[in-house]
Each structure stands twice: as C-alpha cells, then as structure tokens.
Design a binder for this molecule. Structure first.
Ligand code: FE2
Ligand code: FE2
Length: 163
C-alpha cells in the first residue's frame, strides 16, 4: 500500500497532518492511514468478488479524504462548520496540489455523506465513506490496534505499522 500512496505520504501537507489532532489522540495522518488500510481491504474484497475497484484511487483518496483539515481556518473552526467545509476544501486541495482524478476528487468531496447530503458518485467514494466511519468508530472506541505504536513521534516511516 505504501507504493500506491507514496506521493501523498511524502508530501509536505501530509507531513503537516501528523501534527493535527483528529479523534482523541489520533492525528489526521494516522486516521487517514487507518482509512486507507480499511479502504484497500474493502476494495480487494470487492475485486475478489467481481468488482473493478482501482486500488490506487481507493488508497490515495483515503489518504487525502481529510486533507482539508490541514487548513488552519478549517481545523480551528467549530465542529459542525468543520464537518461541512473540510470535504469541499480537501477536494479542491487534492486537485490543485496532488492532481487527483475525478473519481478521487469525488470520493474526498462526498466522504461525509450522509451528514453532507450529496452521496458519492462512484464505488470508490462509497468505499472511502464506509472505511472512514469504520476507522473513526475504532479510533473513538480505542479499538485500533496499530494506533499506540504510531503515536510515538512524527514523520515518514510512522506508517510502517499500519501499511
Ligand atoms: Fe472527514
Ligand atoms: Fe475521516
């Protein structure tokens, strides 16, 4: 999976995400890695059962789905404002800085469904939406086995325990 998301993982903005808290002690970067792992698991399961999910789309859009949180104005805003603004801003950032394709941009923009009422247009978006909710629940419940290892320090290489 590291190969599929190498460009994102090495980017400065993703590096910044290691320092931004998200769910409790889990940073935006760790959460995004959890989502990427879950999305890849779902994509591979679907592909084994006749699906045609592009694994790179699933991993990259998962790694970038909360990248809007790296914008200070969004990160510092009230929770309900953040919930509605980070997907749209994240999708724009992903297109401008990571040149994501339309499938990935849509997955990022729509991952907060049903809070944001417009659903994803592609299967990849549904995978990221589901993986985000599964991962968030595990993080909130402290049920994500890899998390403690990954909280020790910042930087590239911390994702070794997840990917
Ligand atoms: Fe999100
Ligand atoms: Fe998320």
């Amino acid at each position: 999976m590291q190969e599929l998301g190498a460009d994102v993982l090495a980017s400065q903005r993703f590096q910044d995400a290691w320092k931004i808290p998200h769910h409790g002690n889990v940073s935006v970067a760790i959460h995004s890695l959890h989502v990427a792992k879950e999305s890849l698991r779902l994509a591979r399961w679907l592909n084994r059962h006749g699906g045609h999910v592009n694994e790179k789309d699933a991993v990259c859009s998962s790694l970038l789905h909360d990248i809007g949180m790296t914008e200070r104005v969004i990160h510092k805003s009230k929770p309900w404002v953040k919930a509605y603004t980070h997907p749209t801003r994240g999708s724009t950032l992903a297109e401008e800085e990571y040149h994501v394709n339309a499938v990935q941009a849509d997955a990022i923009k729509r991952h907060m469904w049903p809070i944001c009422v417009i659903p994803p247009r592609h299967l990849t978006g549904w995978i990221v939406t589901a993986a985000d909710k599964i991962s968030s629940m595990k993080e909130v419940l402290g049920n994500q086995k890899t998390t403690p290892v990954l909280q020790e320090k910042d930087g590239v290489g911390k994702h070794d325990g997840i990917l």
